[in-house]
Design a protein around this ligand. Sequence first.
Ligand SMILES: C[S@@+](CC[C@H](N)C(=O)[O-])C[C@H]1O[C@@H](n2cnc3c(N)ncnc32)[C@H](O)[C@@H]1O
Length: 255
Amino acid sequence: MSLSEDILRKEDLRSHLFGETWRNLIPEVFRDVPTYYDRGNAVASLGSCSWWSNTFAAAIHKHLPPGSKVLDVCSGTHDIPLRLLTLDPTLDIHTVDGSPHMTAEGQRRARERNLTIHAQVCDAHVLPFEDNSFDAVTLQFASRHLEIVKVFREIHRVLKPGGIFCHNDMLRPSSRVVEIPYLAFLRFSVWFTALLFGSSAESKKCVRYFADAIHHFYQPRELTEVLEGIGFTDVENDSFLTGVMSYHISRKPAA
Ligand SMILES: C[S@@+](CC[C@H](N)C(=O)[O-])C[C@H]1O[C@@H](n2cnc3c(N)ncnc32)[C@H](O)[C@@H]1O
């Protein structure tokens, strides 16, 4: 399967609308948020974030034999690695993230729990790993800030044949009845969170961006199409409120 014209057009539009924000503002936002990130996420996800991430981690865990080598892309404060290591301490977990500040907070949390996570700071669009390196790659709550076709191709490259790609994010709800009030709520809550936690001027400039990025993002069915167009198979998808939160687990075909 290849990527449809609709998907390629949408990727071009996302890069055109948000490319400058991704390059210039997002790194500044993630300099600002490590200390209040969990609370901000809880508000933005209608309180479902932690419960849904646990559901996602449990679904990943079912596919992972002990000792699996896992890469978490855009790992931030290591939310998914910490959940997975709680379920199976034998996992060998590596991470990449563009923010030294989010990574430092994640490493602090890992040390606090006596856990080892191998972290690197780099851009997710060019992964610093050999082809066929990992049994699983995870990516949570970051795709809206990425050129996902480029990043998903990189993930496909570094996965071993038969390896799994586990993706979780706030997608565009497929129901307009959900999308319209949800995005209105998000605009208000991001503005309120920025005010409450005294966010930087850069974070305040992103208040509209967060809701706009979801409006121009993929619905759960479209994300399945992106994955299949890149070459992943056996796509498993589960969503909360038609995409407010949605995870996909897919496989790189065995050689
Ligand atoms: C909303 S946080 C999610 C963190 C974590 N995955 C989680 O579930 O809590 C998004 C993360 O993506 C990272 N990020 C955004 N754009 C990136 C890029 N181009 N390359 C690498 N990391 C990036 C940010 O630094 C931030 O830590």
